[in-house]
Design a protein around this ligand. Structure first.
Ligand code: SF4
Ligand code: SF4
Length: 87
């Protein structure tokens, strides 16, 4: 990968990190736990899905692994609204 492309990707990732969070669609979740299993920083995404809460966790690096791995398409990225934050 060329340096310019690397920095472009890094900037996109940082923009997403600052502006987006993982949001579940609880009704579709079957509590399989695959999302939690694949989260590289050990966040229990399944529990957020169970509680119908966005993944507001300061350890989230917005890698998208949970979104990509969920077999039911339960998870998606949504913009963080003003006033919402990561504890
Ligand atoms: S991978 Fe999808 S269906 Fe399984 S627990 Fe996570 S959100 Fe629910
Ligand atoms: S986006 Fe990545 S770091 Fe954040 S909860 Fe999902 S798998 Fe974990």
């Amino acid at each position: 990968m060329k340096w310019k492309e690397f920095f472009r990707r890094d900037l996109r990732r940082r923009a997403l990190l600052a502006e987006a969070q993982v949001v579940p669609e609880t009704e579709r979740c079957v509590q399989c736990g695959i999302c939690s299993f694949y989260c590289p920083v050990g966040i229990d995404v399944r529990a957020y899905a169970w509680q119908n809460r966005p993944v507001q966790n300061s350890h989230c690096i917005t890698c998208g692994e949970c979104v990509a791995r969920c077999p039911r398409g339960v998870l998606r990225f949504e913009p963080i609204q003003p006033g919402e934050g990561r504890p």
